[in-house]
Design a binder for this molecule. Structure first.
Ligand SMILES: [Zn+2]
Length: 62
């Protein structure tokens, strides 16, 4: 692995289902629960959402 990837390291996209709605970040049980105040993300609109606090990316998979 001597060569660097041209792609910048991206944060892993967290997959969520409609069972997880309403989507909040941090999600219940997340280890980063003390990272920022819980915020609800309107993922139903576009199928994807990015947390404005920590930059976590979510994708709705169903
Ligand atoms: Zn977050």
């Amino acid at each position: 692995m001597a060569q660097a990837e041209t792609q910048t390291p991206q944060q892993e996209i967290l997959k969520v289902t409609r069972n997880d709605l309403p989507l909040s970040c941090p999600r219940p049980g997340d280890a980063v629960a003390d990272l920022h105040p819980r915020v609800y993300l309107p993922i139903e609109k576009s199928g994807t959402a990015t947390c404005p606090y920590c930059g976590a990316r979510y994708q709705l998979t169903d």
